[in-house]
Design a protein around this ligand. Structure first.
Ligand code: AHM
Ligand code: MG
Length: 336
């Protein structure tokens, strides 16, 4: 597909080539793009429209919700729940599955989303993003329930994120490569700017929150120690480090120039009785799909993320993703 084509044209074209399109999937992607454009506009205006700051409530994960977490969640539901493209929705910000109103037309997809990931960055004007994962809905079920969403990442029909950074970018995979679109604000459209992105297999850049170092498990400690030892250590090269605390921005950097991102299991997380920091259904699976489709890898340190059988929609898992050879090295350290 040629650079500069619109997201809508891109989807129509790929659908025509591979699926024998009914238009429903194109319609769904269009709904998502509309929601992301609205969120982008609010993130961009920030204090001018009074959307920054905390809302004074907590989500199911026990985290402080920002005003924009709640607004973005509402924008997503509003854009998706009435057009007949989805059967139900699930969000990091909602305890329960969102059912459509009785009279709303039902579609054949389920969408899971994190409406505003990295929202601790929002008040300091650093990049944030929206992440989404699309599954097939069980046929003939009017109101799909929690269990209907519990499919491994390999069953995702599509996944993507929208990065609200200096430019707003939509990154999408439908299982045939990973493509990037940049929002032309004047034009109001996402235009294809990078097709079939490929992550370099090797890297000299890692991303991990090193304030958790004392809680890490030995394989993670070993990997980072070796990176820090630089050219005199076993790796024989110097490493650079980045930590934005915004997974979307982190993944975007890795898609652009390679690297490794880790939010591993540690004793602090374990003490809270959690399986990891990041959420399988709203973060790890969609990002895993996008990364794998760009030639990278995504594991828990022990197993491929996309092969996990989810037990709960809000389940958390350890995440190691990015340049293939580095992910494989860390996974080896976990098994050794
Ligand atoms: P959120 O969904 O509540 O925003 O949390 C997810 C974010 C990720 O984007 C980021 O990688 C991580 O949390 C940062 O965590 P920390 O603040 O521990 O460094
Ligand atoms: Mg999140």
């Amino acid at each position: 597909m040629h650079i500069g084509t619109t997201l809508t044209n891109f989807i129509i074209e790929t659908q025509r080539q591979f699926e024998g399109a009914t238009g429903e999937f194109t319609g769904l992607l269009n709904d998502i793009a509309v929601a992301c454009k609205k969120i982008s506009d609010l993130v961009n205006k920030g204090d001018l429209v009074g959307v920054l700051g905390t809302a004074g409530s907590e989500n199911i994960q026990g985290e402080q919700q920002k005003k924009l977490d709640i607004i973005s969640n509402e924008i997503f539901i509003e854009a998706l729940a009435h057009n007949g493209h989805v059967a139900a929705l699930a969000s990091e910000e909602m305890d329960e599955v969102h059912h459509l109103s009785d009279h709303a037309p039902r579609g054949k997809y389920l969408v899971l989303f994190d409406p505003l990931d990295g929202s601790s960055n929002i008040d300091v004007n650093v990049s944030v993003g929206t992440i989404f994962s699309i599954l097939k809905a069980p046929p003939g079920v009017k109101n799909p329930v929690r269990e209907d969403f519990l499919k491994p990442g390999t069953e995702q029909v599509a996944a993507g994120y929208c990065l609200y950074g200096p430019s707003t970018m939509m990154v999408l995979t439908t299982g045939r490569g990973t493509n990037m679109f940049t929002l032309d604000r004047d034009f109001g459209e996402f235009l294809l700017t990078h097709s079939n992105v490929q992550i370099p297999e090797d890297t000299q850049e890692f991303a991990i929150n090193t304030s958790n170092m004392r809680f890490w498990e030995p394989p993670v400690k070993r990997y980072i120690d070796e990176c820090l030892a630089g050219r005199d250590g076993p790796r024989g090269k110097d490493f650079n480090m980045r930590w934005i605390a915004s997974m979307v921005a982190e993944v975007h950097r890795i898609l652009t120039r390679g690297g490794i991102f880790m939010y591993p299991m540690d004793t602090k997380i374990q003490a809270k009785g959690q399986g990891g920091k990041l959420r399988l259904m709203y973060e790890a699976n969609p990002m895993g799909f996008i990364i794998e489709q760009a030639g990278g890898a995504a594991t828990t340190g022990r197993a491929r993320i996309m092969s996990l059988n989810p037990e709960d929609i809000h389940q958390r898992v350890p995440v190691v993703l990015g340049s293939r050879n580095e992910v494989e090295r860390i996974t080896r350290y976990h098994h050794g």
